[in-house]
Structures are given as C-alpha cells and as structure tokens.
Design a protein around this ligand. Structure first.
Ligand code: MTE
Length: 301
C-alpha cells in the first residue's frame, strides 16, 4: 500500500539539541547492542526524530492487566499467549467476522513511523513503530455509511493476566475513536517496535497508536473492533469521568484536574531527563487540527 503520510517533525521539537547530540551517541551503541544494525540510525535519519531507547520503550510501561507498576508489564506480560490471535470486526461493516492476525499481516504493508508518545501522566517518549494504517484494516471489513465511531476491546484472560484480579478498571479495557479520527492517516495499528515484533508489554500482537492523543487511548492487544453509530464507552472515562474525557487530545491548555499538562518529562533516564513544553495535539496540530475545528476543547477534553 502506498505511503500516504510523512513525518515532518524535527528532533528539536522533542529534545533540546545538546541532549539530542548526547543521546545520538548513546543510541548508536544501543542499537548495535540489540543487534539491530543500522535500523535505529536509518529510522532516525529518515524521520528526523530521535527515538527513545528500546529499553525505555519496553521496560517502562502501562498495561494494567499485568499490574499497575511501570515494571509490572515487562515482568508479567510474557504470560499472554499471542498466537493464534484473531480480531473480531463487527457492527456496521459489510464483512463482519473473525480476522486471523496472519491474514491481516498478509494483507497489510508494514511500514515504519516514528511518533512522539505523550502519556497523560506528563512524561513522553519517541517511539519507532512498525505497523499499518487503521483505515486499511477497516477497509478490509468495509465500513458502512451510518458508522460514526469505532470501539476497541483488549483481550480479557484472567488465567494469563494477573492484574485483572483487581478492580482497578472495569475489564476488559475498552477505548473508542470518532470515525474520522480512526480513518486519519496518522492513526495506526502497531505490530512492531524498532523493526522487531512488538513485545507483549507494549500490546502484542497488535495495538492502536493515535499520536495526538494521550497514551491511554492507544489500546493494547486488540481482540475486537466494532463500528457503531454511538459514542462508545472508554475504560478511563468509566473509571473517572472528571479526569478523562472521550477525546483525550494532548492539550497543554487543558490541565488534568490534579496536575498541569503544560510540560512533559522526556523519559531518557538520569542526567538527560528533561522537561520540555507540551505541544498542542502533541505536535500534530497541522495534521489533525481540522478534525476539531469549532469544538470547545476544554469541554470536549
Ligand atoms: N491498553 C490496555 N489494554 N491496558 C492498559 O492498561 N494502558 C494505556 C495504553 N493502553 C493500557 C493500554 C496507557 S495508560 C498508556 S500510557 C499506554 O498504553 C502505554 O503504552 P506503552 O506501555 O507501550 O508505552
């Protein structure tokens, strides 16, 4: 499938230059140690963004089905069986059914995209994803004209997910997008990181990535996608509607009730950990700003 979108951000949007230069040297070593050869370097050159280390991306996670601590997912997510896997696509589609993960992968062209990732907890990373546009998967199922929203659901496997014993969230984890958000070329289903299969803790075998929204919208290990004409429930909104709205757009002007969203800590560890200003729509305002024209973003947060 033709590449329809190009990352236009520069590294200066993410990391101050002196830190960038240091991290560039660290990355070169890190990629080699992982046996990734020049993949890290090539992605960086192609996209102009300095990716976070593979270690940060895969060891500092939120995946509450495996525990609420940042290191719990890396420790426990190996318990999840990811093959065989299928995604049920249903609701307002022409071809509802169970789509085997291998069949999806055969039909899609996998590409690499480096996106900023901004967590609602006010930290951020830059992640080199591999995956495909959600729009291409939805096209396989044939979206009907009365569909307005897309609902997503994560696997719920009490035998494999030690965290679901605790009622932290109303399991299974669910999320939703407006159809135009879902069809936007920036919105992808990720199946890899740094050119390798996506690790379980990051949402294997496929997870949503919506780079202009807070990280919690990016639902992991998706087993069901439902096209609907009603705004679907979302786990964090159900847990605390005052703190988490349906839209969850990254917005430095709308603070979370308990903390500011004006800046973010770039996860990079130790001496290089830095606070930088958070950008409107996580820096993707030129690409997606039109989706929200005329909406009061402090009301639809
Ligand atoms: N998806 C599921 N199923 N369960 C979760 O707990 N956490 C969300 C999101 N997707 C979560 C999830 C949150 S809060 C964040 S910040 C991101 O995943 C973290 O993605 P990462 O660990 O790959 O960085």
């Amino acid at each position: 499938m033709a590449r329809r979108w190009k990352n236009t951000l520069s590294e200066n949007d993410v990391t101050p230059e002196n830190v960038f230069l240091n991290r560039r040297q660290l990355m070169a070593g890190g990629a080699a140690a992982l046996g990734l050869g020049s993949i890290g370097g090539a992605l960086e050159a192609a996209e102009g963004l300095e990716p976070s280390s593979y270690e940060d991306i895969t060891q500092y996670n939120n995946y509450y089905e495996f525990g609420t601590g940042k290191s719990d997912p890396a420790q426990n997510a190996h318990l999840l069986t990811t093959a065989p896997w299928s995604v049920k696509i249903d609701g307002l589609v022409d071809k509802p059914g169970d789509y085997a993960f291998e069949d999806i992968m055969k039909a899609m062209t996998i590409e690499e995209r480096i996106y900023r990732f901004r967590c609602v907890e006010a930290w951020s990373m830059v992640i080199p994803w591999n995956g495909f546009e959600l729009a291409d998967l939805l096209a396989m199922a044939g979206v009907q004209s009365d569909a307005k929203y897309v609902a997503f659901e994560t696997a719920l496997r009490p035998d494999e997910m030690p965290g679901v014993r605790y009622p932290v969230l109303d399991w299974p984890y669910v999320e939703g997008l407006r159809l135009d958000e879902a069809m936007h070329p920036l919105t992808m289903m990720a199946t890899g990181i740094y050119g390798k299969d996506i690790p379980n803790q990051n949402g294997a075998p496929l997870r949503l990535v919506v780079p202009w929204k807070y990280g919690f919208k990016s639902i992991k290990s998706v087993v069901r996608i439902t096209l609907t004409d009603k705004e679907p429930p979302t786990s964090w909104n159900q847990a605390n509607a005052r703190e988490y709205g349906f839209y969850s757009n990254v917005n430095p002007e709308v603070d979370h009730p308990r903390w500011s969203q004006a800046s973010e800590r770039v996860v990079g560890g130790g001496l290089f950990s830095k606070r930088v200003p958070t950008l409107m729509l996580n820096g993707y305002a030129d690409e997606v700003g039109d989706l929200y024209a005329g909406m009061d973003l402090s009301k639809f947060f």
